[in-house]
Design a protein around this ligand. Structure first.
Ligand SMILES: *[C@@H]1O[C@H](CO)[C@@H](O)[C@H](O)[C@H]1NC(C)=O
Ligand SMILES: *[C@@H]1O[C@H](CO)[C@@H](O)[C@H](O)[C@H]1NC(C)=O
Ligand SMILES: *[C@@H]1O[C@H](CO)[C@@H](O)[C@H](O)[C@H]1NC(C)=O
Ligand SMILES: *[C@@H]1O[C@H](CO)[C@@H](O)[C@H](O)[C@H]1NC(C)=O
Length: 444
């Protein structure tokens, strides 16, 4: 979703983005054959693709990439390395479970800020780069800029132009293309994945993709549930599963976290599972259901309607690696805030850090104990994050509640990456469930 933490972003409006086509397909393949099937329209185009794969025998293998914290460059994001092209060019992308598109800044990028960590992706230096034709079925999977309405079927050089927008209005546009990506399995085997569909970006705008938190990134690795995400494109070959473990990025040097495409050995061992909920109006997000919230074991009086996804597709709760803080529906937030205020036995700051409602000054406190926050999720799974996941250092000796209210009507509650730290999460597409355990990070 891209709601990285920098102070100017703390109060972003949560808007439901409806750019994503409601399509269910899996298009990862060595050879890809696409067939367009028309179905009755449902407010926007709705199609389905058929695929024909030349199977790689990778089903029991797992791809493993380190996840790098952006803390050293002042970012609340996690990055992942992607090797794109022939010969491979190594790029650093923001790992984002709240969006679908994989995109990188291309050398012709008009307003891409040059950064220290290397150059942008150079399409001309890769012999395997090729933009999709605007008439190709794959091009229907991305949203288009107005210029693309005049697609000329017979002209050879009519690239598929995409325009992709994040919930804060940040945008990327360019050519939707395909390219070879070189991946490594957890046992070290190098695998070439042909035809990774991705955006070669010529223009980017907005705080999420140009701001400080993006510093050092070449693009975004969308890991959402939609058809064009990295996880969906590769998923089929790897059992439609991916997992990650985000480790505390306030530690210095930060420990290495991993993103795995495929199964982990942890599955079914000590893992709690909660079903993924579907929101046909927002097929990108990993929705889960919050049933109850507890503070120090006391269930808060929050009506279940506060958490529901309504008929318009508004509301609900998503797990998002691209958002730093946690955003909860306003009514729930007020209850949590009240409960914390009542139970905190630490000196509450009269003037909390800007952007936060509740901060404590722990400079003269010998033993710091925070009230315990616990979420009961759909299916009975219990998520009990450690206090460090929801009280963060904002200044010397100041610790603030890292939860924000969702004020906009129809806004989505978001469990951000800070709240996810130290847990192994497994996103299982086939079984439509999210698994998690606090005892899994060391096995990755
Ligand atoms: C994967 O592993 C399981 C059990 O370890 C085995 O039964 C299955 O045949 C394997 N699948 C492939 C494609 O190798
Ligand atoms: C499409 O491209 C062909 C070949 O370049 C050209 O002859 C034709 O006029 C174009 N059609 C439109 C509607 O622009
Ligand atoms: C915390 O309290 C100490 C005095 O006890 C003070 O010196 C310090 O400035 C305070 N910190 C913040 C962030 O307000
Ligand atoms: C399973 O969880 C328990 C505590 O709930 C822990 O002591 C144990 O080490 C875990 N087992 C594995 C294999 O991680």
């Amino acid at each position: 979703m891209m709601r990285p933490l920098t102070l100017s972003h703390l109060r972003l409006l949560l808007l439901l983005s409806l750019f994503h086509l409601s399509t269910s397909l899996n298009d990862a393949a060595e050879y890809l054959k696409l067939t367009l099937l028309h179905k009755p329209p449902f407010s926007y185009p709705h199609q389905s693709l058929e695929f024909d794969t030349h199977r790689l025998s990778l089903l029991n293998k797992t791809l493993k990439s380190p996840l790098i914290s952006g803390a050293s460059s002042g970012s609340g994001q996690y990055f992942v390395e992607l090797r794109l092209g022939s010969p491979p060019q190594t790029l650093l992308l923001v790992a984002d479970t709240g969006s679908d598109l994989v995109w990188v800044k291309c050398t012709a990028c008009k307003n891409c800020v040059k950064h220290k960590l290397g150059t942008d992706y150079r399409a001309r230096q890769s012999i395997t780069f090729s933009p999709h034709h605007c008439y190709s079925p794959v091009c229907k999977l991305v949203t288009h800029s107005s210029r693309d309405r005049h697609c000329n079927k017979t002209r050879i050089h009519s690239p598929c132009r995409y325009e992709y927008e994040y919930s804060d209005g940040s945008k990327t546009s360019g050519f939707f293309s395909k390219e070879v990506t070189t991946l490594k399995t957890s046992s070290g085997q190098v695998v070439k994945f042909r035809y990774l569909n991705f955006g070669c970006a010529f223009e980017i705008s907005g705080p999420s993709v140009t701001g400080a938190s993006f510093n050092g990134a070449h693009g975004v690795l969308g890991l959402g549930r939609g058809p064009i995400s990295f996880s969906t494109q590769l998923g089929k070959e790897f059992g439609n599963k991916f997992s990650y473990c985000l480790l505390d990025y306030t530690l210095s040097p930060p420990p290495t976290s991993f993103l795995l495409i495929g199964s982990t050995r942890m599955t079914n061992r000590n893992m709690s599972f909660t079903p993924l909920e579907n929101n046909p109006l927002s097929p990108t997000f990993y929705y889960i259901a919050i049933k109850h919230v507890f503070v120090d074991g006391v269930k808060l009086p929050i009506s279940s309607s506060v958490w529901a996804i309504d008929n318009l597709g508004n509301g609900g709760t998503v797990f998002d690696s691209g958002t730093t803080l946690t955003f909860l529906a306003d009514q729930a937030y007020r209850q949590i805030l009240r409960a914390f205020r009542r139970r905190l036995k630490l000196p509450v700051m009269a003037n909390p850090t800007l952007g936060f409602d509740l901060c404590v000054n722990v400079s003269n406190v010998r033993s710091i104990r925070f009230p315990q926050l616990r979420f009961e999720l759909g299916g009975g799974a219990v998520f009990s994050p450690p206090a460090g996941n929801y009280f963060i250092d904002t200044a010397v000796s100041a610790k603030c509640l890292a939860i924000q209210p969702v004020n906009s009507r129809g806004g989505i509650s978001v469990i951000g990456n800070l709240m996810q730290q130290g847990f192994l999460f497994e996103f299982d597409g086939d079984r439509s469930r999210l698994g998690f355990t606090r005892h899994g990070c060391s096995v990755l």
